[in-house]
Write a protein that binds this ligand. Structure first.
Ligand code: OOG
Ligand code: NI
Length: 456
């Protein structure tokens, strides 16, 4: 998919080069970062993409997409409602859910479903439904292979190869549209995203996102090179201990497309949808940490008074920096105040601490367990490793969507957030991301305590 996208969107190839140059600089200037990445094995896949995004039109498409991702061990995690930000979709992210699988491939696909219930023009709604019911975004072969994988509990190596080739077809760009230019323009007038979903043969991948070790440097470098970057970096300000997710992108390109007309011929035109993005991830936050993050982010945005843009970017960063002074910036405090999730690792020389460590008390009483852990961390017998945030942020996602929609009107939809309807379209409930982090932390604590007990 990466090779296909670099070919389709050459500017994305330039972005990849830029990101890998900057990653190389960071690795040579910051040996501690290099050591950490070597220890976790991440160094080998540093410059690989971390996520991509697609937009779907119908419940049937979403449910088949869920089955397609399941073949690769990717499951829907989280529910994101973009309607309050004026984007008529709701979304989930397909990704691996176990630590081992995430280490092998942390790739995720942000997947949105168009909310037709938010279109108020009844005639247009009917045309949209007809156009969507008329398209088949999956090849017959991929559907056969999905069914085979479900029946057999997996695919042979040969079938897997074929599956990847067939699945790729769904994400390919088509520059000849199945709709007329007139219909496309009416869709566009309703909302840019509706035109992007309904006007095309399939859910072309609309961006891919590599990981950078220094997002501020990539943003500055894009601006220096004249790459049309998004006005601001979404997420927290630059910190010593990164939290959640920071993202920026280059804006979607205007691309030539041909619209099918009634003479069976094509009319020329253009469409703007595909872009490139960069991300930098940090530690996952607990509900308490997330609450603080949301409050500080809202505070900065309220103080700014308008949506951040090119002309107020430096003012916005100033407000953001000062708001986030209230967010502790060392791992020990983030842990002790239960703001973030961590893996507990048994390390170091245990003999110095085991006499202090009463395992029966730690296992029966939370309070004394916490105390014992804090003690072991201070003594250097237990190390905290941040659990990386694997998911997305609605405010950031809305910012990414909006920077690529070139319509002036900034509506916000009244419609209720509708997770139940999304899940019934999907065919299963989404995983709760917070529960997943909580489980990872709890499991690592058990393993850590077991290791300490067996060494005691
Ligand atoms: C998805 C935008 C959201 C992110 O990284 O938050 C996103 C889209 O434009 O389809 O990708
Ligand atoms: Ni993205």
């Amino acid at each position: 998919m990466s090779a296909m996208y670099q070919k389709e969107v050459p500017l994305y190839g330039d972005l990849i080069d830029l990101v890998s140059e900057i990653n190389t600089d960071v690795l040579s200037e910051q040996p501690d970062v290099r050591q950490h990445l070597e220890r976790t094995g991440e160094i080998n896949r540093l410059n690989l993409e971390r996520h991509g995004a697609i937009r779907l039109g119908t419940a049937a498409e979403l449910s088949m997409m869920r089955r397609l991702f399941a073949v690769m061990g990717m499951y829907p995690v989280g529910y994101y409602d973009l309607a309050p930000a004026g984007v008529p979709v709701h979304s989930t992210a397909f990704r691996a859910i176990e630590t081992q699988s995430l280490n092998k491939s942390p790739f995720r696909v942000f997947t949105s479903l168009l909310r037709l219930d938010l279109i108020d023009d009844e005639t247009l709604k009917q045309e949209v439904t007809a156009a969507l019911n008329n398209r088949q975004i999956f090849t017959n072969n991929v559907i056969d292979l999905i069914e085979r994988a479900e029946e057999q509990g997996g695919l042979t190596a040969d079938d897997s190869q074929q599956f990847v080739q067939e699945a790729l077809e769904t994400f390919r760009w088509h520059d000849q549209t199945p709709v007329s230019k007139a219909l496309y323009e009416r869709l566009l007038a309703q909302h840019g995203l509706i035109a992007d979903v309904v006007g095309f043969k399939g859910p072309h991948i609309n961006h891919l996102t590599p990981r950078t070790l220094d997002i501020d440097a990539v943003q500055a470098s894009m601006q220096a090179k004249g790459i049309p970057s998004k006005a601001i970096i979404e997420g927290s300000p630059k910190r010593h201990c990164p939290i959640l997710l920071r993202q920026t992108s280059f804006k979607a390109l205007k691309e030539a497309v041909s619209f099918k007309n009634s003479e069976g011929d094509y009319d020329v035109g253009h469409h703007t949808a595909r872009f490139g993005e960069i991300e930098q991830r940090g530690v996952a936050l607990t509900p308490k940490g997330r609450e603080l993050y949301d409050r500080l982010l809202n505070q900065a945005r309220k103080q700014l008074g308008v949506t951040p843009n090119e002309s107020n970017a430096s003012e916005y960063y100033k407000l953001l920096n000062s708001a986030f002074e209230a967010f502790p910036d060392d791992y020990q405090t983030l842990h002790d105040e239960e703001l973030a999730y961590f893996y507990y690792r048994a390390v170091g020389d245990l003999s110095s601490v085991t006499s202090d460590f009463d395992s029966s008390a730690t296992q029966t009483e939370m309070a004394s367990e916490k105390k014992a852990i804090a003690h072991l961390i201070r003594k250097g017998a237990v190390r905290l490793d941040p659990i990386v945030y694997e998911d997305f942020l609605p405010v950031s996602a809305a910012g990414i969507f909006q920077s690529n929609l070139h319509d002036e009107k900034q509506s916000d939809y009244e419609g209720q957030s509708n997770q139940q309807e999304f899940e019934s379209a999907l065919g299963v409930p989404v995983y709760d991301e917070l529960a997943l982090y909580q489980t990872l932390q709890a499991q690592s604590l058990d393993t850590c305590l077991m290791a300490l007990n067996s060494n005691a």
